[in-house]
Ligand binder design. Structure first.
Ligand code: GLC
Length: 476
């Protein structure tokens, strides 16, 4: 019998090891990096912002200048009939970009109040426009061609990072590896064909070297002149060594070219300036993808490595006038599901051309803040715990495991509870106390193994003021 159990144990350990190996995740060995990842995992909720001159047209970020025939790349407006005229007009948005209402302190206040704990900002998206004061190009917010350059807050990335850091947010720099403005990526000699480099780097190594230098220098600028940076969030996974190509790249207009930008060198430099830096070389599994980033989706089960869902609060990453924003109920419940599976939620709000968010975004953040002030205890620094969920109840546990939280998702904004709530924890430890967060009510319960039946007094079944998800805290 003992042998059989030992066999099963070994087999299951092997299959866990295999799963971890198969997902391609490579655990960092640098203890400072490991420490920072652990700290970041405790934060759970972050703010993402996509911002650039494209917000003036209210169109998709960057993609409308990409000559691919995809739904999201479609051009609209007066210049759309002619590709070259369109790109010219798009790049000319630099000369009218003037977000005079830009006030990062206002964003920090709203984000902090909503319980967000870190920020990731697009210092440069695929279109190559720099929202920081780079010395490598004049296609940037601080260039004299940009009207906002005369504003004392024109180094937008710097202002955002400083404002959020003051309130103890972790700071993440989104940076696009592909650059559709750089002559070293889309060489003007050839027309661009798709999102990839438009010449063969193996045939024109000097040009590719210039692109590598350009990228390295820009990242170096961000890692030196912008204070403490915690996360380098690199987008554009098709820029990678050819031998690293995988199914994701195949889906992303697989390139036959080797687009190796020498990540080991970049990461070494970046970590020399920013010890412990988390590097997220998105969708390029290996030592430089320190956490994975499921996009606009929530994995159906916990992952065996650190991860973060990035998701838009509206429908678009960029500012679109009149965008439809997710409801507060949806956002809170997304957060609960993600956290119950051990992930973080990075929620995007796209600032408008005037430099502020849609009022709807502020309303959502206020609602989320009210909920999280009551229930944050079961969110921050929590760990996932089997069975993760059962029906519409989702679980987390405190770091030491002394408390378990059962989040009962509500169908309507207002929580209405039945007289008896059945919580199937799958954990037969003896419960010492059950409370309903936000009510201060002492609850009676019975326990049978992992099944806990909680009696809900009439007075708090309805009209308790609880919204979106009620949280039962079980103390062991
Ligand atoms: C998608 C979009 C890209 C955006 C990214 C954020 O890949 O195409 O523009 O920056 O999501 O995760």
């Amino acid at each position: 019998m003992k042998n059989i159990i030992a066999c099963i144990l070994v087999l299951s350990l092997l299959s866990v090891a295999k799963a971890q190996e198969n997902d391609g995740y490579v655990k960092p060995t640098d203890t400072a990096v490991l420490q920072k990842i652990a700290q970041w995992q405790d934060l759970k909720f972050g703010l993402f912002m996509h911002w650039g001159p494209y917000s003036e047209w209210g169109v998709v970020e960057s993609w409308s200048i990409c000559p691919e025939d995809e739904g999201w790349t479609q051009r609209k407006g007066p210049y759309s009939a002619n590709y070259n005229a369109y790109v010219k007009a798009y790049e000319n948005l630099q000369t009218t970009f003037n977000p005079t209402h830009f006030n990062p302190e206002k964003w920090v206040k709203a984000a902090k109040d909503a319980g967000m704990k870190y920020v990731v900002f697009t210092t440069k998206h695929h279109d190559g426009f720099c929202m920081f004061d780079t010395k490598q190009t004049d296609y940037k917010v601080t260039d004299t061609k940009t009207p906002f350059s005369v504003n004392p807050k024109s180094n937008v990335a710097s202002e955002i990072f400083t404002a959020f850091r003051k309130e103890n947010f972790m700071i993440g720099a989104y940076f696009s590896k592909p650059d559709w403005h750089s002559p070293y990526y889309w060489w003007p000699y050839f027309p661009p064909k798709d999102r990839n480099v438009n010449y063969d780097p193996a045939k024109y190594p000097e040009r590719w070297q210039q692109f590598k230098d350009y990228t390295y220098n820009q990242i170096q600028e961000l890692m030196t002149g912008y204070g403490k940076i915690d996360i380098l969030w690199l987008d554009g996974g098709w820029v990678r060594p050819l031998n690293k190509s995988d199914s994701i790249v195949a889906r992303q207009m697989g390139s036959k070219y080797n687009q190796d930008i020498d990540m080991p060198k970049i990461a070494l430099m970046a970590r020399a300036k920013q010890p412990g830096l988390i590097v997220v070389d998105r969708a390029v599994a290996g030592p430089y993808e320190n956490y994975t980033t499921p996009e606009q989706e929530v994995p159906s089960a916990p992952l065996s490595h650190p991860w973060e869902t990035c998701m838009t609060m509206g429908n678009s990453w960029s500012y679109v006038p009149g965008d439809h924003y997710k409801s507060s109920l949806q956002i809170v419940q997304l957060l609960v599901k993600i956290v119950s599976r051990g992930g973080n939620l990075l929620m995007n709000i796209g600032p408008g051309p005037d430099g502020d968010w849609d009022p709807e975004a502020y309303k959502r953040l206020t609602d989320i803040g009210k909920w999280i002030k009551i229930n944050g205890d079961g969110i921050y620094s929590s760990k996932s715990v089997a069975p993760y969920s059962s029906g519409n109840i989702f679980f987390t546990q405190s770091a030491g495991g002394d408390n378990e939280y059962a989040f009962l998702l509500s169908n309507e904004n207002e929580v209405v509870l039945p007289q008896m709530v059945s919580i199937k924890t799958g954990n037969s430890r003896k419960v010492k106390k059950v409370t309903l967060l936000g009510t201060g009510q002492k609850l009676k319960w019975t326990q049978q193994g992992g099944d806990i039946s909680v009696n809900v007094p009439k007075a708090i079944q309805k009209g308790s003021g609880l919204l979106y998800a009620a949280v039962f805290k079980m103390t062991y």
